[in-house]
Unconditional design. Structure first.
Length: 294
């Protein structure tokens, strides 16, 4: 009985902690009107982009505690338990989580430097325990060793890589149709061999993000989100779309940059417009995932 009570106590504590984190993120982020790009959060801080500036908010207080200024627009933000990774159109900056200490700045592609052609720009980022994966448009996916911060290899793809996410030993990439054959959809990479396993064509174009949360895989476009079962994407040649979100509670509009998901909310910089599609207004919204069907 004691063991059962202990397990139940741990479970309830974890649930409350997750609930509190979601609420703290919402309180810190929602309503910010100077966003113009991706939103991201971890257990201690929330971050949002305004073009070349990354705002850092402490979750405990909800207050802005730092601001990272970059030379080029920011395209993606990720972190692990110790470091913050800020990807721009020109390079990758590595900071402490608080955005107070700068560790290093890395080029994003071997033997090339910015400015890149629009379709060659680094757009997405994934972090594992020992590797950094950069979705670099038509140039493919760049793999960097985290310890040495040296380039390891580049995986070429047949279209523009817009973003990348990792699950187990597989990287899932979303590609756009900026090549003669017009392919757009998924590409799956085996991370043991760094070889592309398969391509999966998708009817929609210009994906902005791919996010994996457990067995849910979400692809973000400017004005819609497509939902898949992760295992279906990994194992099937034509995975079913489980849902498409077109209508947002915040009204007509579109998502700017990449959204961040936790167990309860989707946090996004949302550009709303009036019924005539005029008077755009950007602000961060914490969308309830259950209400959206995500």
């Amino acid at each position: 009985m004691k063991r059962i009570l202990m397990i139940l106590s741990i479970f309830l504590t974890q649930a409350v902690f997750a609930q509190d984190l979601s609420d703290l993120r919402k309180q810190a982020l929602e309503g910010k009107t100077d966003c113009n790009g991706s939103v991201y959060a971890n257990d201690s801080f929330a971050y949002y982009v305004n073009s070349k500036i990354l705002k850092v908010l402490e979750l405990k207080t909800g207050k802005e505690t730092a601001q990272i200024d970059t030379s080029r627009p920011i395209t993606a933000v990720k972190s692990d338990s110790e470091k913050l990774f800020v990807l721009t159109e020109a390079n990758l900056e590595i900071w402490d989580l608080a955005g107070q200490k700068h560790f290093s700045t890395l080029p994003t592609y071997p033997n090339l430097s910015a400015p890149y052609n629009f379709y060659e720009q680094p757009r997405g980022l994934a972090i594992s325990s020992d590797k950094i994966y950069i979705a670099h448009g038509l140039l493919g996916v760049v793999i960097v060793d985290r310890q040495s911060e040296q380039f390891e290899t580049v995986i070429s793809t047949k279209s523009t890589v817009r973003d990348i996410a990792i699950t187990k030993n597989t990287a899932v990439m979303v590609l756009d149709n900026n090549t003669p054959d017009g392919f757009h959809g998924f590409a799956l990479v085996d991370l043991q061999s760094n070889q592309i396993q398969k391509y999966i064509g998708v009817e929609n174009v210009f994906p902005e993000s791919v996010t994996i949360t457990g067995d849910t895989l979400l692809v973000g476009y400017f004005s819609t989100i497509w939902k898949y079962r992760t295992q279906d994407v990994l194992t099937q040649s034509n995975p079913a779309v489980l849902g498409r979100v077109f209508n947002f509670p915040a009204g007509p509009g579109s998502i700017i940059g990449k959204a961040h998901y936790d167990s309860k909310f989707m946090y996004a910089c949302f550009e709303s417009v009036d019924i005539q599609g005029q008077n755009p207004n950007k602000h961060i919204v914490a969308f309830d995932r259950v209400s959206l069907g995500l």
